[in-house]
Design a protein around this ligand. Structure first.
Ligand code: SF4
Length: 278
């Protein structure tokens, strides 16, 4: 029989709220065990004769997904994979770029990705060096495989908010991408240039005279991103600012959420953040 939060609280825990498990109350601990697979044995006060059978019950209900908190990355990845399920690898170069190569397990697409390459087979993605992508990277790449039309970048750049249906995501782009980048690189133009070049960015400042630095990235062959950096102006009380621009064709290649995930990946790479859980 499945174990609910109340079952664990009432039948297994001593209700002393001693905090040895790292949670402020026994009830909070029970909630984490049921909804987020927190190890039951982290409460040292459960008698062994109750602990082992309870763990078996929990494994069974975890396997069914019963009462587990939904993981947004898993849901997004499942949807993206489903969208890409019908792709034919042979069709991909014409739609999104890259080249077909022969591998031990059949034909695969070798696709440029920032300053490295992805190897893409039906249902699987990996980097050319064999390392995996994190789940959010997989989400936007699978969505690109599913959606990528054959539009070639036009060179006309637009801000994120200029694309349709971005209203609910503009705040996220600012809060999760542009502001963290602006704060991190304020007063560090050369550091930004160097970080950008290390992930394949090209210095194109000469084409944008009003910017203090402009770098063009090519995370995917048909999805370029332009980063514009302005230094702070203390006389005008203006802080340093970074803005991302996207080619006008980007909606042909990625859905709005995937544009955001790709931008977050660029932020992670530039700031050399620890990779997320895979
Ligand atoms: S260690 Fe056990 S008894 Fe103490 S607060 Fe956590 S769940 Fe409750």
């Amino acid at each position: 029989m499945a174990l609910s939060i109340v079952d664990i609280y009432q039948k297994l825990l001593p209700k002393t709220n001693c905090r040895e498990c790292g949670f402020p109350t026994c009830l909070a601990f029970a909630g984490m065990v049921v909804s987020e697979k927190h190890p039951l044995e982290n409460c040292p006060h459960i008698p062994p004769e109750l602990l082992e059978p309870a763990k078996k019950e929990l494994w069974a209900q975890y396997a069914e997904g019963k009462w587990l908190k939904k993981d947004p990355a898993e849901s997004a990845l499942a949807w993206a994979k489903e969208r890409a399920a019908s792709m034919a690898v042979e069709d991909l170069p014409g739609r999104i770029g890259g080249e077909i190569i022969e591998t031990d397990s059949g034909p695969a697409l070798r696709l440029p990705y920032f300053n490295e390459f992805l190897i893409i087979r039906p249902g699987t993605l990996e980097k050319a060096d064999g390392s995996p992508l994190n789940r959010w990277e997989q989400v936007f790449v699978f969505n690109h495989l599913a959606q990528g039309g054959d539009a070639v970048p036009s060179g006309e750049w637009k801000a994120f908010q200029e694309f349709p249906n971005t209203v609910s995501k503009v705040k996220s782009m600012i809060a999760h991408v542009e502001e963290p980048l602006s704060e991190h690189f304020a007063g560090k133009r050369e550091e930004l240039r160097s970080a950008g070049q290390s992930v394949g960015g090209e210095d194109v400042t000469d084409q944008y005279p009003s910017a203090d630095l402009a770098m063009k990235f090519t995370p995917l062959p048909r999805v370029p991103v332009l980063l514009i950096y302005w230094e702070a102006d203390p006389a005008e009380a203006v802080a340093a600012k970074i803005k991302l621009l996207f080619d006008e064709t980007v909606p042909r290649h990625l859905d709005i959420e995937s544009i955001l995930f790709l931008s977050e990946r660029l932020r992670q790479l530039l700031r050399e953040e620890e990779p997320e859980r895979i």
